[in-house]
Design a protein around this ligand. Structure first.
Ligand SMILES: Cc1cc2nc3c(=O)[nH]c(=O)nc-3n(C[C@H](O)[C@H](O)[C@H](O)COP(=O)(O)OP(=O)(O)OC[C@H]3O[C@@H](n4cnc5c(N)ncnc54)[C@H](O)[C@@H]3O)c2cc1C
Length: 349
């Protein structure tokens, strides 16, 4: 076992869409950066996520549109039975420069960004951060067990809702709901979906989505809050047929036979009390996380990457204010989202 020391301007931790994309963008702008990818952590699931057309403009600006289009199908809207007896057909997607959105296979998209972002270090362990006025330090154990000391002027927390590094700088998570998501990969059964995506309210405080991952697989996700005492039964697929008994469409997307694995995920709206703290900057869900009905998560990750890349570049050119402005922008966006959420997203049945 040997030990070495590395220095970089920006050290990114977390290999989700925000971390990987930021490393790719910084590298292309000639900013010295490195991403730490922790190997013994749960890997990203192949989710079928929807990206609206406005986000495609952002991706084009970041020269990253090809990565997302490669493993995606185009979508022109979505269908929903949300607080109404009718299935609503939304096709606002066409009123935009691109005229379509994407349904991506997130796991495949992440793999291709990873192949194009060169400075990624796979590690077994990452130590607690040693804070210093000028630079932060972490000690990591590489997968061959060698130890590396890494110093960085800025550390980027891209660990999603875990906010693992911002929390070490005494930042707290402020939660606005406690939505949980339970998802299951199922063989494609039931009606064809016009846009590959459908949402339906199941009962008070409970709703579900069907999302086509590819020609043969559909993902059904049930959402409820941690406060709902029944949330424990959502974890077992054998209860799903009864739970969806009265639904208009969801029930027909369950195969008649078989038991399937259910994955539980946190999916709440929350923000970090400090998005910038002790030379740590949060991006993506680590900075601010939206509930899933908004379909904002990926767009937010991409937007924060664009803004963070600009703020980091200015910061490294001795403009200390740039990080403060980045933080203020994100707080303003989150406050607007909360207002809209209150108005539009209540689940009444
Ligand atoms: C069921 C579900 C459906 C969704 N559907 C949509 C959708 O249709 N459209 C949309 O826009 N968004 C959707 N989202 C939200 C979207 O997936 C997220 O907002 C987005 O992926 C956030 O990316 P991120 O990189 O910021 O965080 P994450 O994807 O959470 O990535 C964080 C990464 O950090 C790693 N990590 C965590 N802790 C550590 C640590 N201590 N050390 C090192 N690494 C660590 C994790 O392994 C992970 O790879 C959905 C989310 C869920 C759960």
């Amino acid at each position: 076992m040997s030990s070495e020391t590395l220095q970089t301007d920006v050290l990114i931790i977390g290999n989700g869409v925000s971390g990987l994309l930021l490393q790719y963008v910084l590298e292309h702008r000639g900013i010295s950066s490195m991403l730490l990818s922790k190997k013994n952590i749960k890997s990203n699931l192949p989710l079928a996520e929807t990206i609206p057309p406005t986000t495609l403009e952002l991706l084009e600006e970041l020269n990253a549109l090809d990565f997302f289009e490669k493993y995606a199908t185009k979508t022109y809207g979505y269908q929903s039975k949300w607080n109404s007896d009718y299935i609503v057909d939304e096709s606002f997607f066409i009123k935009n420069k691109f005229g379509y959105g994407l349904k991506i296979d997130k796991k495949k998209v992440l793999n291709i960004i990873e192949q194009n972002a060169s400075n990624i270090l796979s590690v077994n362990e990452i130590s607690k951060v040693q804070f210093n006025e000028k630079e932060n330090k972490v000690k990591v154990q590489k997968i061959n067990n060698d130890i590396v000391d890494i110093s960085a002027s800025l550390l980027v927390d891209a660990t999603g809702r875990k906010r693992h590094f911002l929390k070490q700088a005494n930042s707290k998570s402020i939660d606005y709901d406690d939505t949980l998501a339970f998802l299951c990969y199922l063989p494609k059964t039931g009606p064809d979906l016009k846009y590959g995506f459908f949402t339906e309210v199941i009962s008070n405080d409970c709703w579900g989505t069907v999302s086509d991952l590819n020609e043969t697989t559909r993902i059904i996700t049930l959402h409820t809050s941690k406060n709902n005492e029944f949330h424990k039964v959502f974890k077992q697929f054998e209860h799903w047929r009864k739970l969806l008994n009265n639904t208009t469409l969801l029930q027909f997307c369950l195969p008649d036979k078989g038991n399937f694995k259910v994955y539980g995920k946190q999916a709440n709206s929350s923000i970090s009390s400090k998005i910038i703290s002790n030379n740590i900057i949060g991006i993506g869900d680590a900075a601010l996380a939206f509930d899933p009905i908004s379909s904002h998560g990926i767009s937010n990750a991409i937007y924060t990457v664009k803004e963070a890349a600009m703020a980091i570049e200015e910061y490294l050119n001795h403009n200390q204010e740039s990080l403060v402005k980045y933080e203020q922008k994100l707080y303003a966006i989150f406050n607007e989202y909360l207002k809209q959420k209150e108005k539009l997203y209540q689940v009444i049945h």
